[in-house]
Design a protein. Structure first.
Length: 92
């Protein structure tokens, strides 16, 4: 169910607000952080998965840094991409 604590609702992010884009990207970064910690704490951590998760997190952080100079159109695009990505990650 969309909008539950387990799956934040970002349906209103297409408005182009930079803060919304930053929040969407941060939620994805947080998802990666939790997955990395969980995998590291596993009895037999999967190092390949950890590296994939770290690469995904790094890409999100790079996009977050890009927001500092993004115009409203670019911020809206990033917000929409990351809202969709978060939904996808939560479903996987």
């Amino acid at each position: 169910m969309s909008g539950t604590p387990d799956e934040p609702e970002f349906s209103g992010l297409e408005g182009g607000e930079e803060q919304s884009a930053e929040e969407a990207v941060q939620e994805v970064v947080n998802w990666y952080n939790i997955q990395i910690i969980t995998e590291r704490r596993a009895p037999m951590p999967d190092e390949e998965r950890i590296e994939e998760l770290k690469a995904g997190r790094q890409a999100a952080l790079a996009d977050q840094a890009q927001l500092a100079t993004a115009d409203l159109e670019e911020a809206a695009r990033i917000a929409a991409v990351y809202a969709a990505r978060l939904r996808e990650l939560n479903e996987s």
